[in-house]
Design a protein around this ligand. Structure first.
Ligand SMILES: Nc1ncnc2c1ncn2[C@@H]1O[C@H](COP(=O)(O)OP(=O)(O)OP(=O)(O)O)[C@@H](O)[C@H]1O
Length: 630
């Protein structure tokens, strides 16, 4: 997304007459007005239902939170500001030169007085061009780097939170916080600050120059400034509402498109294409109406301002003519005066826009600060040990009790079991009994409220989370693949693995032949979430990934879910190879596909169970084969 940083904006319509006649050659230090970015954020200040999305935070807090992130970039902002102010000063001088040329050359016809100011004009134009470019470039660089730091910081923080945090939120809302809200913060704390200083300096310079030429004329015309402010206020509030509506319906439209595309197979299978198309059309029409309101307002704003500007111009010309007739003003002075005001009014208007930016940024920063204030459910203890040596992988749950934060009903109570190195423990039980919770506790997404989990005799709370997770591999219900290549996905847990290692893992997982037949073999892209390959193939790639990772402990969480009977049976062989020699906890509803020598524990929901959660334990020690019936 291109983000030009407008340090200050040129006059709008209306003054074009003056600018064309008077200052066509005058330096115009400006970048295009920022378009819809400001309005884009408006809809995120409140949820669709109107509920506040984050607690209120003051601007002071915004600066306290994010100003330290500008460390190392402040010189860019300061230089950007200095250059922008220099450019504005050059303009003041250029307009003065124009007035001088009008009086000394155009009115008198004395060409000899032309060359010196003309050359100065040219020189100043060149200088202003260079400093204006440098100012914009430096400020943009500072702004973009600041945004980069901010995004890295917030994303890094979210990555440290328990995955449930993301699962329990609307992804679109989190995305908005990581994109639009961060931009809003940047516009306040970074480039916004530069813009505010530069605009204030511009207002001071141009009004001082206007007063210098004729103080009484300046007073009269300044009296008209409130009229501009009233007009922009009236339009701004309406534009704000329209923009918020536009953003809301844009969000709705996007979600209809996203869901329609993501569930295309379902849509077609249920013959819902026309219904989905109608749905999109409805949302599209709402969006169209919101856009037309914006277009209507934007179209009306220009003429309204133009009328005001024309009134100003007429006042200036009328009052100026009287001043000239009294001998207090020259024609050049009057034209220069008009040119100064042509730059002054928009600067005043953009001060009003800055106020808007500030309130939007404060709302955005509330939402980002709320994310940053969320603490990870689990952190490393001081002095936590880095588990470097690979142990045998003995797992012990010792009277583990756990209740999810914010819930009253415990999920686990007094759960005890041990899995010896190389053993397979099958964990079964009804839905909601807490089987997957065991995985979350083993990976330390949460810590138990009571009891302990031990890895090779060490309480896992005494280990760093990083080294603990390096010893445990989880194969989830849904094979989570990324949109990269087959190789990227197999080597996800060990990016440094050689091609031979990747191929070996793929062969053991029984997916090598399939991959070899793909157009680009291991470099073939498999689409978003691996959609371009079948469920069974996805699961085999996930198995290859787990084989390559080669950890002593393995957790298989419903590895057969979503696979048909035949595919599930075929997956058993590579799964068996994966489990070979590893401590395995196999979570499953389906006891048809479990190794015959596996021990089985059955969990019961806490509400129905006695304090000891394991209701039933069964050992099927008949050699490492898979039972088809228990
Ligand atoms: N992040 C969470 N916050 C609050 N409660 C949760 C959370 N995750 C799970 N639960 C609750 O904990 C209980 C156990 O969930 P868990 O996913 O461990 O069950 P399960 O036995 O694996 O179920 P299934 O077989 O359906 O996957 C459920 O009642 C569930 O609603």
């Amino acid at each position: 997304m291109g983000r030009g940083v407008a340090l200050w904006s040129p006059p709008l319509l209306g003054w074009s007459q003056i600018r064309l006649r008077l200052s066509q050659a005058v330096v115009v230090v400006a970048t295009p007005r920022e378009s819809r970015r400001a309005s884009r954020r408006l809809s995120f200040t409140r949820g669709a239902s109107g509920e506040p999305l984050a607690p209120s935070t003051s601007i002071r807090k915004t600066f306290a939170e994010f100003w330290p992130d500008t460390k190392g970039l402040r010189w860019l902002f300061v230089l950007g500001m200095v250059f922008a102010i220099m450019a504005a000063l050059c303009e003041v001088a250029v307009i003065a030169l124009f007035g001088y040329i009008t009086d000394q050359v155009l009115t008198t016809g004395d060409l000899s007085a032309f060359w010196a100011p003309a050359l100065s004009w040219l020189g100043l134009t060149a200088v202003a061009g260079v400093v204006s470019f440098a100012g914009s470039w430096l400020t943009s660089l500072g702004a973009e780097r600041f945004l980069l730091y901010l995004r890295d910081r917030v994303f890094g923080h979210v990555q440290r939170l328990t995955p449930d945090y993301v699962d329990n939120r609307r992804l679109g809302d989190l995305m908005a916080r990581l994109t639009d809200d961060l931009e809003a913060i940047e516009e306040l704390v970074g480039s916004g600050l530069v813009k505010a200083f530069t605009t204030v300096a511009t207002v001071v310079f141009f009004s001082a120059a206007a007063f210098f030429i004729r103080w009484d004329l300046a007073l009269v015309t300044m009296a008209l400034i409130p009229a501009f402010l009233v007009v922009s206020k009236v339009f701004a509030s309406r534009f704000r509402t329209a923009a918020a509506r536009e953003r809301r319906s844009n969000g709705m439209m996007n979600s209809v498109i996203e869901e329609g595309l993501a569930n295309q197979a379902l849509v077609q299978a249920y013959n819902r294409q026309e219904a989905e198309a109608r749905h999109l059309h409805r949302e599209g029409r709402t969006w169209l109406r919101a856009n037309m309101t914006q277009a209507w307002l934007a179209g009306l704003y220009g003429p309204a301002v133009q009328v005001l500007e024309t009134i100003c111009l007429i006042v200036i010309i009328g009052f100026g003519a009287w001043e000239i007739s009294q001998g207090r003003l020259t024609l050049g002075g009057l034209l220069a005066f008009a040119a100064y005001l042509a730059y002054l009014y928009p600067a005043v208007q953009s001060l009003g826009e800055i106020a808007l930016t500030v309130s939007e940024a404060a709302a955005g920063s509330d939402r980002v600060i709320e994310v940053l204030r969320t603490k990870p459910a689990v952190t490393d203890r001081p002095g936590a040990v880095d588990l470097v040596e690979r142990g045998p992988g003995r797992i012990e749950f010792d009277s583990v009790g756990f209740t999810y934060p914010g819930r009253r009903q415990p999920v686990l109570r007094g759960l005890s079991f041990t899995v010896e190195p190389g053993e397979v423990l099958v964990c079964t039980g009804p839905s909601g009994a807490g089987k997957s919770t065991i995985t979350k506790l083993l990976l330390r997404f949460y810590d138990p409220d009571s009891g302990a989990i031990l890895l090779d005799g060490t309480d896992i709370r005494d280990l760093t989370r990083h080294s603990l997770r390096d010893h445990v591999t989880v194969l989830q219900q849904e094979s989570l693949l990324f949109s990269g290549t087959v190789r990227d996905n197999i080597a996800y847990g060990r990016p440094e693995a050689t091609q031979e290692e990747v191929v070996r893992a793929a062969t053991l997982a029984g997916v090598h032949d399939f991959v070899s037949a793909l157009p680009k073999k291991y470099e073939t892209r498999i689409g978003a979430r691996g959609r371009l390959i079948s469920g069974g193939q996805r699961q085999r790639i996930a198995i290859a990934r787990a084989i390559l990772r080669d950890t002593p402990v393995l957790v298989l969480d419903e590895p057969m879910t979503g696979l048909d009977e035949k595919t599930a049976a075929r997956i058993m062989e590579p799964l068996g190879r994966l489990m070979e020699g590893r401590t395995t906890i196999l979570i499953t509803h389906d006891l048809r596909h479990v190794p015959v020598d596996a021990r089985v524990i059955t969990l019961e929901p806490v509400a129905r169970a006695a304090p000891l959660r394991v209701r039933h334990a069964n050992n099927l020690r008949r050699g490492r084969r898979f039972a088809t019936d228990v």
